[in-house]
Ligand binder design. Sequence first.
Ligand code: HEC
Length: 181
Amino acid sequence: MSGLEVNKILASIIFAVLIVTLIGHFGDLVINIEHHDEKETAYKIDVEETESTKGSIAKKEEVIEPIAALLASASMENGEKLFKKCATCHNYEKGGANKVGPQLWNLINRPKANVDGFAYSKALAEFGGEWTYEELAEFLYKPKKYIKGTKMNFAGIKKVKDRANIVYFLRAQSDNPIPLP
Ligand code: HEC
């Protein structure tokens, strides 16, 4: 055997090994892709499951519709009319006195239980946070459910549109109304 032939044989062996290795890797690649796909599908099913579980829990808990989308088209006039429900217990004017309930001037984004000289219930005093648009609307849906132990004796406003109107009206009772969400 000449040196040249040995070289040829060696070269073809190396070539064969190379091909086998390449095919092996390619196989891995295909398997990897498939494997990845399987993972993806499994993941998707997981998400759907949690979503639907969430849905059923939310239904039991009662879904309170947000007012954000309704504020842009809310009615000041209706809001003012609806405030009559609150007016026995609340003033909304600047410098207005506290009545059975605290005055509500400049209410949006005001810290909760923040009116000087008003004796808040422990429940509201310790609740924390500010009266954002949505928190206020949720509180007004069923005050006693939202803040258990509040002394605000008011059943609540069921219709989301009414809540949007009343919040919209209260927003205007300020020197610098907070921008709509
Ligand atoms: C029967 C009287 C009564 C009526 C009616 C009433 N409230 Fe109240 N409200 C209260 C009392 C009392 C408190 C203080 C609650 C506490 O300390 O737990 C309060 C607290 C509040 C607070 C919290 C204020 C703060 O400083 O943190 C808001 C907001 C509020 N009321 C809005 C309204 C709105 C809006 C209406 C009408 C849809 C209304 N309330 C109707 C008696 C009333």
